[in-house]
Design a binder for this molecule. Structure first.
Ligand SMILES: Cc1ncc(C[n+]2csc(CCOP(=O)(O)OP(=O)(O)O)c2C)c(N)n1
Length: 375
């Protein structure tokens, strides 16, 4: 099915606003929403999936129109609280339509962080009182119409409905291309970071291609990656994991390599870390103004730089760099001063099509990392 036809059906059931956080399973859907460019739907990429439920609640209260909220099934955790405490029919009864990308579908090969989440996706919706339909590449437009008619009936009862989207459901249409104006390639920037911190620090990296690129570059440079903890799931939590390590052992320097979308997802952690001000913590934010790993949808953020935001939160030392040379200088200065520092690196949207994935299980990586920590 073409995602653009799916959007037409969405319009037919009275939805005017689409909001959420992008997902690779939903890439064609996200591209169709971007192609629409506000002509049919208002569209907002929110900081996290729970925030999208908040927006959908407000839209309904002000207009009596349900919103569409899209998310990867990893984002179900972020919606549980506003769903149970605001939207559920035993509270305010706010109708909305969820479109959920199904990673880790049982029986299909996927990354370790998706396996358990994939297994419990349907059960989670059931326990949250959200009826659902599952669609795949065999779903026809007529079947889609029926599913959305059912969704409308459920929403008319002040409830929520979910459409679970299997991998490969939507056909490829003309892709959306977008440049952010920066020229430093992320993988090059990550190489510079590794060259200057890997051997004398412990590293915590964020969800998505940043971790995959670091993994490959580590192996190329050092023939191991044991000092790198990859936060492959739990997007937005890398900095608090890094802080947990920094406070547990002040003799070790912890370097957190974050993404702009991930920082935005749980931005409160910046204020928390600034308040603690650990002297052994270096925070590096790789900013491409997009969720590049899942199709390069721009984040909902523009204006201030992350270094300005971190400074306003109380980080003592912050800077923004755009070249390899300035990045290296900024890292060496941060290491010398031994105070909480944040370096923001502005990078392009380039990534390699042949980028690999970690070969070990998550548990194996954890064990190797903990062995490296104890040495
Ligand atoms: C809670 C949650 N929502 C959505 C996703 C899907 N996801 C994986 S990586 C990613 C984008 C990360 O963006 P950013 O931190 O800016 O890094 P980039 O990919 O641009 O390098 C998203 C949305 C996820 N893993 N977890």
């Amino acid at each position: 099915m073409k995602a653009s036809l799916f959007l037409q059906e969405i319009k037919n059931i009275g939805i005017h606003t689409i909001t959420g956080v992008p997902d690779s399973t939903l890439k064609q859907f996200c591209d169709a929403v971007r192609t629409d460019d506000g002509k049919t739907f208002r569209h907002y990429v929110t900081a996290n999936e729970g925030a999208a439920v908040g927006l959908a609640t407000g839209e309904y209260l002000a207009s009596a129109r349900p919103c569409l909220v899209y998310l990867q099934n990893s984002g179900l955790g972020n919606i549980i609280n506003p769903l149970a405490s605001i939207a559920n029919r035993e509270v305010f009864g706010i109708p909305m339509l969820f479109v959920v990308g199904w990673r880790g579908e049982p029986g299909k090969k996927d990354e370790p962080q998706h396996i358990y989440q994939g297994k419990v996706t349907c059960e989670l919706l059931e326990v949250m009182d959200v009826p659902y339909s599952v669609i795949d590449d065999a779903t026809t437009q007529a079947q889609m119409k029926e599913i959305l008619a059912k969704a409308k009936e459920v929403m008319d009862e002040n409830r929520q409905y979910a459409v679970i989207v299997k991998k490969g459901t939507f056909e490829k249409e003309s892709g959306v291309t977008w440049e952010n104006g920066y020229s430093l390639v992320r993988e090059q920037a990550l190489r510079v970071i590794l060259e200057n911190v890997y051997q004398d620090s412990l590293l915590v990296s964020t969800t998505g291609k940043i971790s995959r690129e670091l993994y490959e570059q580590c192996d190329l440079l050092y023939k191991n990656h044991e000092r790198l903890f990859m936060t492959v799931g739990g997007m937005g939590h890398a900095s608090m994991i890094a802080y947990g390590m920094a406070q547990a052992d002040c003799s070790k320097r912890i370097v957190c390599i974050d993404g702009d979308g991930a920082v935005m997802m749980h931005m409160g952690s910046l204020a928390f870390i600034a308040k603690q001000s650990p002297s052994n913590f270096l925070h590096i934010v790789i900013n491409n103004a997009a969720h590049e790993s899942v199709g390069a949808m721009p984040t909902g953020f523009s204006g201030q730089t992350y270094s300005q935001i971190a400074a306003a939160c109380g980080y003592k030392n912050t800077c923004t760099v755009t070249t390899e040379m300035d990045l290296k200088t900024a890292i060496l200065e941060a290491k010398k001063r031994q105070e909480l520092s944040l370096i923001e690196v502005l990078v392009s949207l380039d990534s390699r099509a042949d980028l690999g994935r970690p070969k070990e299980s998550a548990m194996e990586n954890r064990i190797h990392f903990m062995n490296a920590v104890s040495q």
